[in-house]
Design a protein around this ligand. Structure first.
Ligand code: FES
Ligand code: FES
Length: 177
């Protein structure tokens, strides 16, 4: 029995301690966000956040995750809200909204990893350069080849986040006036 904290909930899981997290998420907890792709830490489709850091669940034994906070796609809106200081949890994050707006979806198999990684990036750096986006997303494979639209969506999400932050700053400034 291993105790894990997943999307803010403490859960005792039955799997052996050397079991990769991905199998616990999909087979024991029946989550549908993280997906099996390569199983070799090479495609990113299984990604989760562990203490805020994008992590390949397919090669991460659950024994290494005690006392750590795991966020899956199912918890990404709550995580984003908490990290961004939002008063309520939105239905979707700017990254998710921008991926839809850019019509970047094709089969969608890669999107779990793309959303997890882009969210990590923009929370750490709300205004990344093209080079920083490409560097961050390197290692997240899209079999449909929608990379240009994914990059455009991340830039759009960056803009959405910065505009929202500016709006809050303006509100604060007005409140002080
Ligand atoms: S399934 Fe984990 S990186 Fe490909
Ligand atoms: S949209 Fe099909 S793998 Fe990326």
């Amino acid at each position: 029995m291993t105790s894990l904290t997943i999307n803010g909930v403490s859960i005792d899981v039955e799997a052996d301690s050397d079991t990769p997290l991905l199998y616990v998420l999909t087979d024991e907890l029946l989550l549908q966000g993280p997906r099996f792709g390569c199983g070799l830490a090479q495609c990113g489709s299984c990604s989760v956040l562990v203490d805020g850091i994008e992590t390949r669940a397919c090669v991460t034994p659950i024994a290494t995750l005690k006392d750590k906070s795991i966020t899956t796609l199912e918890g990404i809106t709550a995580y984003y809200a908490a990290k961004s200081g939002l008063a309520s949890i939105p239905q979707s994050t700017p990254v998710q909204d921008a991926l839809v707006a850019e019509q970047a979806l094709q089969c969608g198999y890669c999107y779990n990893g793309m959303i997890i990684k882009a969210t990590e990036l923009l929370l750490n750096n709300p205004d990344p350069s093209d080079a920083e986006i490409r560097s961050a997303m390197n290692g997240h494979l899209c079999r449909c080849g929608t990379y240009p639209k994914i990059i455009s969506a991340i830039k759009k999400a960056s803009l959405m986040i910065r505009v929202a932050q500016q709006g809050e700053d303006d509100t604060i400034t007005e409140g002080l006036a």
